[in-house]
Design a protein around this ligand. Structure first.
Ligand code: AMP
Ligand code: MG
Length: 498
């Protein structure tokens, strides 16, 4: 049957809840007193097989806020554990979120449909269970930017104002974020499954994760036993996270709260709380108000990724071998792949950013490693705007180094470096295809969220979203979206979980 306009989705499956009922608490979303759609990603809705025209109707809003679901839907709060800033918490879970179910997209892929800010659940631990308009719109625009940058991420389908005030330092308008993801399985999910002490739960979670993300791990051959399947899952998650974190580093993204409950098995970026993009390059950049030790600083992210994956490996130990020593050596063997995978992904990416991605017989390949490391020394010393640096570098390759020079106080070392780089015959067109011009700069995000939250004016938010949706293509009229923050903006601080 071809879908007609204004139709509700036919089904939401509950494969997670069926696979590991021990990790799913049946729950319902609170009905928002006065739901009003703030933003809807029409293109994403269509990809998911949802009808945007329907989603804009009152019945569509009831669907989006989880209050009117298709027959048979079984929304659940998911249980998971997590290491928060290194400290283990055995029971986090969806305190203010719900998995409504899984949707089959038009391309046949399965996506979680999930709410954030839908009311307190048994995992709320004293939290109110709600979310404010500002932070939910922040996730909308930043995740959209990440997607447009080609970085794996959960997606934001919609943000719906609830009409309910939420109490933070001030009283703020409330909202629900409707999020989609290839799943919400996290490192913390596996840690939780292991902590149940029931090997069968852990096995079923591993099987469910493989079924969702890696059905190619063939149960009949290579991964026939639970041991092989656990190892295969560990390997593939390590590879995906190495690749993901390399991409974050290349684009200057600081996640801000890389707790193990915020690291997915799918390799998608999740949980846009205190995240921010670098402006001035600084390996020590920390934006989150609660990250006082700088644990999740920009430059620490690759190492934290490895630490989190070690927690994943630990949680899988009971499946990795029959005795603990053997299991630890299997885990170590798997973890040993992380650094080379990360280095390979990052090195390939930085070559692309420098316009020397494709092999070229004219190039002195031996010169590349020192050139790259000298570049990052130069960036750290000059604290140049990270994003503009690479765009202006392409302009320099086209013959005009003036914009690039304007980013640094002392052009002397830069000019010496430029001469070495230009000798490698970089391709500026290729550079502009990978180095964004428009990112969700912190001052732009803040001004758009303030307008939306304070006065309900979404104009700036829409403009910013439009800019970051095509991050690589320079457009007239968007000049201010490419510029660094004015000095008056000051040091940037983000707030978590608000
Ligand atoms: P996050 O910082 O968003 O990763 O959240 C960490 C944990 O705190 C998760 O278990 C969340 O469900 C929970 N949480 C965060 N904010 C709230 C809230 N307002 N009410 C209830 N639980 C919350
Ligand atoms: Mg989280």
């Amino acid at each position: 049957m071809t879908p007609t306009a204004r139709t509700a989705p036919a089904t939401l499956t509950h494969r997670f809840a069926d696979a590991v009922p021990e990790m799913a608490v049946a729950w319902r979303a609170d009905a928002p007193p006065a739901p009003a759609l703030l933003v809807l990603d029409d293109a994403l809705a269509t990809e998911l097989g949802l009808d945007p025209a329907f989603l804009r109707t009152p019945a569509g809003l009831a669907f989006l806020t989880g209050t009117a679901l298709p027959d048979g839907a079984q929304p659940v709060a998911q249980a998971y554990a997590g290491h928060q800033f290194g400290g283990y918490n055995p029971r986090l879970g969806d305190g203010r979120a719900l998995l409504l179910g899984e949707l089959t997209a038009r391309d046949g892929a399965t996506h979680d449909l999930h709410l954030k800010g839908s009311g307190p659940t048994p995992f709320a631990r004293g939290g109110d269970g709600y979310a404010a308009v500002g932070p939910m719109l922040r996730e909308y625009v930043v995740s959209e930017a990440m997607h447009a940058l080609g970085i794996p991420t959960t997606r934001a389908l919609a943000v719906v104002a609830t009409g309910r005030d939420v109490v933070r330092e001030q009283i703020l308008p409330g909202a629900v974020l409707v999020r989609t993801a290839s799943s919400h399985l996290r490192v913390g999910s596996v840690v939780f499954a292991n902590a149940t002490g029931d090997r069968d739960v852990l096995e079923r979670l591993v099987d469910h994760a493989i079924e969702r993300h890696d059905p190619g791990i063939d149960p009949e051959t290579a991964a026939a036993t639970p041991t092989d399947r656990a190892r295969a899952l560990l390997d593939v998650v390590i590879a995906r996270q190495a690749d993901l974190i390399a991409r974050w580093m290349l684009v200057g993204f600081v996640h801000g709260v890389m707790n193990t409950d915020n690291m997915t098995l799918s390799g998608e970026t999740i949980d846009y709380g205190p995240c921010a993009f670098l402006d001035a390059f600084d390996p020590g950049a920390v934006f989150s108000s609660i990250d006082r030790q700088g644990r999740y600083a920009y430059g620490n992210q690759p190492g934290i990724g490895e630490w989190n994956l070690a927690r994943l490996a630990e949680a899988l130990l009971p499946l990795l071998a029959d005795d603990t020593d053997a299991a630890i050596s299997v885990a170590q063997d798997a973890l040993d792949a992380y650094r080379p995978a990360y280095n390979e992904a990052w090195s390939a990416g930085i070559r692309e950013k420098l316009g020397i991605g494709a092999p070229d017989a004219r190039r002195d390949e031996d010169a590349v490693p020192a050139l790259v490391s000298d570049l990052f020394d130069l960036l750290a010393v000059s604290r140049a705007d990270y994003t503009l640096f690479f765009r202006h570098l392409a302009t320099a390759a086209r013959g005009d180094a003036k914009p690039l020079r304007s980013l640094v106080a002392d052009a002397g070392p830069l000019d010496l470096w430029l001469a070495r780089w230009l000798a490698l015959a970089p391709d500026p067109e290729a550079m502009d295809r990978v180095n964004p011009l428009y990112i969700p700069r912190n001052h732009l995000v803040e001004e758009a969220l303030a307008a939306a939250s304070d006065t309900g004016d979404l104009t700036l938010l829409h403009r910013l979203t439009d800019a970051v949706r095509s991050p690589f293509t320079e457009r007239l009229g968007l000049e201010r979206y490419a510029e660094p923050a004015p000095d008056a903006f000051g040091p940037y601080v983000t707030y978590c979980g608000t």
